[in-house]
Design a binder for this molecule. Structure first.
Ligand code: CO8
Length: 315
């Protein structure tokens, strides 16, 4: 018997539906249920994904060292507009990420922008210019941001050039930012008479602190990659032309770890921003305990004892 349920309660993002694994006698295994994530299959569930106009996905990704099994490369492909994020583009992006999240062969995603000039220069200003509070509210088109935030596999942003407004918010919605030394980050919305609307006031404040975030958001000033790295927004700073390779290498390293442990750790880290410390610590402990019901835990610890490399099954 298979039961469908909800994951561990979280604040913020809407609840995701999970397919729970069952034990041999048909009962739901409570320890494993919530770390398994959405039903994941060995083969991509959507063999023929819909044609996408703005998003290119390469699985497995390729780098200087060849095929990177377990790693997907997602490229925002709107170079003539500096990869500006239209609503349709964001829907395609969320669709693509959810497909990858359901694919058990995919264990990490690198997200980047086409060309060398921009990761994304923000929301599409031409499209935003005609909006009203009613159209923004009624259209439900900001749901794409919640869907991106709910993806369970690690997302690594490879940023060259501009990551402004919604582009900076998208990079921050990823788990790690690898930046080339030509990258520029900022929340310039104030200069357009508005303010960040897709997480900037929250994620930037958590990433670099209230004083610095207020300085950047209220002036609209951009910062270079070195300053962003010094502030803790960027985890790895590399020469510009090495950005994608560095991000892919990091993704391959993550993809080589025990998959369930990676998902659980990502989820627990995210809870650090959602929950008070005591609840976050309780969440972490529950995740840690739950991993002791997985084959990967037995394998990882046996491999250590037997002085060999672990072979992860993702179970
Ligand atoms: N939207 C639409 N088109 C854009 C955008 C954008 N954000 N940014 C650049 N473009 C287009 C330009 O219009 C231009 O197109 P065209 O050749 O047809 O005129 C092309 O990209 C190249 O741009 P520029 O000629 O301006 O290139 P420059 O090198 O001179 O300048 C800059 C580069 C500094 C990045 C400049 O393009 C710029 O200031 N862009 C806007 C940056 C900005 O203000 N971003 C914030 C937008 S608001 C936002 O993100 C709110 C998020 C809210 C939530 C998300 C909801 C979806």
């Amino acid at each position: 018997m298979v039961a469908v349920g909800r994951n561990y309660p979280r604040t913020g993002a809407p609840p995701r539906r999970f397919r729970l694994r069952t034990t041999s006698d048909g009962d739901v295994d409570p320890h494993r249920a919530w770390i398994l994530g959405p039903t994941r299959r060995r083969c991509p569930t959507d063999a023929s994904p819909p044609t996408q106009q703005f998003i290119r996905v390469t699985v497995p990704a390729e780098a200087g060292q060849g095929r990177l099994d377990g790693v997907a490369l997602l490229t925002i492909d709107r170079e003539d507009a500096l990869n500006a994020l239209s609503f349709d583009l964001l829907d395609e992006l969320a669709d693509a990420l959810e497909r990858l999240d359901r694919d058990a062969t995919c264990r990490a995603v690198v997200m980047t922008g086409a060309g060398s000039r921009a990761f994304a220069a923000g929301a599409d200003i031409r499209e935003l210019a005609t909006q009203t509070p009613e159209t923004l509210e009624a259209g439900g088109r900001f749901n794409a941001w919640d869907r991106i935030g709910a993806v369970g596999i690690p997302l690594i942003a490879a940023v060259r050039g501009f990551a402004l407004g919604g582009g900076c918010e998208l990079a921050m919605a990823c788990d790690v930012i690898v930046a080339g030394d030509d990258a520029q980050f900022g929340q310039p919305e104030i200069r357009l008479g508005v303010m960040p609307g897709a997480g900037g006031t929250q994620r930037l404040t958590r990433a670099i602190g209230k004083a610095r975030a207020t300085d950047l958001i209220l002036t609209g000033r951009s910062i270079g990659a070195a300053e962003a790295h010094a502030m803790g927004l960027v985890s790895r700073l590399v020469p510009a032309d090495e950005t994608l390779d560095a991000a892919l290498k990091l993704a391959a390293q993550i993809a080589g770890q025990a998959p369930l442990a990676v998902r659980a750790a990502k989820l627990a880290i995210r809870q650090a921003f959602e929950l008070p410390l005591s609840a976050g610590l309780a969440f972490e402990r529950q995740a840690f305990f739950a991993l002791f019901s997985t084959e990967d835990q037995s394998e990882g610890m046996a491999a250590f004892t037997e002085k060999r490399s672990a072979r992860w099954s993702g179970r």
